[in-house]
Design a protein around this ligand. Sequence first.
Ligand code: ADP
Ligand code: MG
Length: 630
Amino acid sequence: MISDSRTEEAHPFLAEVSRLLHLMVNSVYSDRDIFLRELISNASDACDKLRYDAIAHPELLGGEDRLRITIVPDRAAGTLTIADNGIGMDRQELIENLGTIARSGTRAFLERLQQANGSSGLIGQFGVGFYSAFMVAGEIEVTSRRAGSGDAWAWRSDGLSGFTISPADPQSAGVLPARGTAVKLSLKEDARAFLEPGEIERIVRAYSDHILFPVELEVPGQAARQINTASALWQRSRNEVTPQEYTQAYRSLTSHIDEPALTIHYKAEGRQSYAVLLFIPGQRPYDLFDPDRKGRVKLYVRRVFITDDAGLLPAYLRFVRGAIDSEDVPLNISREMLQKNPLVGQIRNAVTGRVLAELEGFASRDPGGYQSFFQTFGTVLKEGLYEDAARREQLLKLARFRTTQGSSWRSLAEYVASLRPNQTEIYFLAGESLDRLAASPQLEAARARGVEVLLLTDPIDHFWTVLGMKFEGRPFRSLSQGEVDLTSISLTDDSKAADTPAKDADVKGLIDGLRAALGDAVTDVRASKRLTESVVCLVAPRGGADLGLDRLLQRQQPGANPKPVLEVNPGHPLITAIGRRIAETGKEEAAELARLLLDEARILEGETPADPADFVARMNRMMLRALGAR
Ligand code: ADP
Ligand code: MG
């Protein structure tokens, strides 16, 4: 042991920690009670970790195997201590775990807070953990002794500038001498209510009742007594559990503070026995779009917490939270081997099917509730369309879409039920925003025929739509790719009146002229069957990436994608006029007009002209000419 670590050593907080602490002290939470839940949940995690490590190393228990959490209010000293005989922390762990901000949750919290400008209900989604204790404490002393170690260490901080770390007497490491951690809070003047036994009991019942370890209240001079139920809620039968208990279990399993949108609770018996308690959160968890796409369903084996990283559900269900408790998975299997364990594989498969079936039930029982679920998590669920070929059909049934038909979300079953006569395909347009899609020229022919079009705005939509899948035998078809011919579907009465089809012969010269003028800036120029009002539009050539996907890919890796096709509306008077002019004046004027048309089509796609300065110069020349000032 290096000698200077034997004395007290001061460490400044990183800037981020200071900021977070400042926020905590100035109470971003309206509800200060949650600090107790956070500390109890840490104590419970520490007991879980010890119990897991003791499977391979029983000596770590050192004869003290009744793992528990003790709360000691000391009115005379004005302190509240939360202690556990769990895994404990050594010196380095105290510094790293309590003094830095490496945890993704905390970092995400700060980022969201910045976005939300410091004042938002969003904040409620985050468990800020240990630091929340500074809401009620002016000073915190954490004494800890790692299981299996003879040393104890004390970490102290006033939550302002930094912390100190110094050796402690191992025999006095909190209330639990064998090992573990004691967190002693010197309560602020306005937080002394948390010393009242009744108050502590109320908070524990409300937030931590179903922590699996006993939580004992130890008022000096009185016998300790257990104040939580400490039972695994998922082991009880459904009709014994109240909605409040579910909500509470949800909150203590997940650290979320919203209400679950859906609760799934059942026991599987048969080839394997396991209990399942899963929740779909009401709001998006902060880590939903983390690149690792990890789920957080906790695996227990016969009530022993093993890991929340066993991949118990596919990534596209990563928003589902909760616990699965197996009777059959071996306890001593390493965490790394779990993912490959066939029993775990069977559980994953069966539970995935069950979750999707429950979602179907939810959708038919409560369409409104289901719609808001889909608004919250649909983007993630749709990843399954791409990844889970075996469940595609089921997932397509679960998907909801914005379409050109009004503002509600539509299922594909509804879409197919309102197909127009002769319509054999499911049409869609994929892009970035609903407003822009709804205003796309590519929609015109469909609109003129009253054909409904799916408007897809999630990046994942670009990927599953190209897989060639069908719904009830109808293929999906992009309106911004290849040639789309809706002419076999009859026009609505309104559109019939306005329809003035051009003769192909009229446009042949024009198309040739434009082709020659644009050269390899486009893959092709052709007369459009999808435009009724607009002059031009761009579409992707058949076989390559759709326009939206192309834009997405270009952003990541600009370069070699096939150029778009320029479609012109042969029925539009401007096109007729341009055709006439090109026939009269020839090449130079054709080039000028062709470039302008192409830029116009680009702008309609939300892009910028290929050469903005050139575009403006050309535009100005045209205006001068129009004003007769040439
Ligand atoms: P989280 O629990 O989300 O990881 P916290 O801020 O609550 O974040 O705690 C930070 C870390 O400090 C924990 O991950 C754990 O490693 C450590 N820790 C906190 N309390 C205890 C405890 N009672 N026993 C052992 N380790 C603890
Ligand atoms: Mg915690």
